[in-house]
Design a protein around this ligand. Structure first.
Ligand code: SF4
Length: 350
């Protein structure tokens, strides 16, 4: 059986015609799945039973089950661990902000980028997540909270631009006027800095926000944290940033995890100021969550404020992102890792 959440509207049309049904049914089915967010075929009230039976014979609708939910007592952030059809697990984070609910979805099971501060990469890359599984994370969270999410960030486990085609398909489907119809302006894609894909994305001129994980102002610092920097160093990355801004006229966000005594010095801030001066960018300083598996500690608050003011003096737009869900291991990949670790421990005990 296949997942019907993977099918674009023209693919459903083809399927319907192949089944000997009227073409207009495709639009109705697409609306039920993506606009109304149903999870059982029998909920399609205006579709004849005979067609529902045919769909049920060949497809399933719900492509994941909730395995575990952790909720932060501090700020209400929820981490949801989903079990996919092949028993891989993937995590999604629901965050509550003043402007509404936002979710952070995963785009790969695991990751092979090797960022040193990230738990997602510890077991390497298992596989890409499909567009239907990205949509599934959104729809299942909506169902859980009985509300429609209106901001999505592709910043969970995985490097979204390494899964380029499925991410683009997800954007097309979630933005479809007969479907969920979410504005691309409400979607942020985060990358560790894959230069060819940043340029490819620029050429598509989408209205999304692109966020780049920088985490260091010099190659020396960034090399310590992100192996990708050896392939795509900062100078080359910033050329791709210029290309992206020129093509899209969209402001780029730089994510900068503040790590004590590693990348948070005043001199690093001054180098960063020089690099970004005059560019259409925004810098997000993020006090990191402590990850059990590594030796990094969050910067002191005083140091973060100093770093911020150095950037601001150069006219750079900077915010300090609120740390959410620190009591539930909300850092990328931690829930899935802990879950897998528990599974391993259980298996070892047997
Ligand atoms: S930070 Fe993102 S790109 Fe880097 S290892 Fe983690 S999931 Fe992969």
């Amino acid at each position: 059986m296949d997942s019907i959440r993977e099918l674009k509207i023209d693919e459903i049309e083809k399927l319907i015609i192949d089944l000997g049904e009227k073409k207009f049914r495709a639009k109705q089915i697409f609306q039920w799945i993506h606009q109304k967010g149903i999870y059982k075929f029998e909920q399609m009230k205006n579709i004849p039973n005979s067609l529902i039976e045919k769909l049920e014979e060949n497809y399933y609708l719900q492509n994941m089950d909730v395995e575990k939910v952790s909720e932060s007592a501090e700020d209400g952030t929820k981490k949801i661990l989903f079990n996919l059809k092949d028993n891989e697990v993937v995590e999604t984070v629901l965050m509550k902000y003043k402007y509404g609910n936002s979710i952070c979805i995963s785009t790969q099971v695991g990751c092979r980028m090797g960022c040193k501060f990230c738990a997602s990469t510890i077991g390497g890359l298992k596989r890409n997540i499909t567009a239907g599984e990205m949509l599934g994370q959104v729809y299942e969270v909506n169902r859980m909270i009985d509300k429609n999410i209106n901001h999505i960030v592709l910043m969970g486990s995985g490097e979204p631009l390494e899964n380029f085609d499925e991410v683009i398909k997800f954007l097309e489907m979630i933005n479809h006027s007969e479907g969920y119809y979410l504005s691309l302006r409400n979607i942020t894609i985060s990358t560790c800095g894959l230069i060819p894909e940043i340029k490819k994305l620029a050429d598509k001129k989408l209205q999304i926000t692109l966020a780049i994980s920088l985490h260091g102002a010099t190659d020396e610092t960034r090399n310590k944290l992100m192996p990708i920097n050896k392939k795509y160093p900062i100078e080359e990355l910033l050329k791709a940033v210029d290309y992206y801004i020129e093509k899209t006229n969209r402001r780029i966000t730089f994510e900068y995890a503040m790590i004590k005594d590693l990348n948070d010095s005043a001199s690093e801030a001054r180098v960063l100021s020089k690099l970004l001066k005059g560019k259409l960018v925004h810098v997000n300083l993020i006090p990191i969550n402590k990850v059990e598996e590594n030796q990094f500690y969050p910067s002191d608050e005083k140091q973060i404020i100093k770093f911020k003011s150095i950037l601001e003096k150069t006219g750079i737009n900077v915010t300090i992102r609120r740390e959410l869900g620190s009591d539930i291991n909300a850092a990328c990949g931690q829930l899935r890792n802990n879950y897998n670790q528990t599974k391993i421990e259980i298996i070892e005990k047997l």
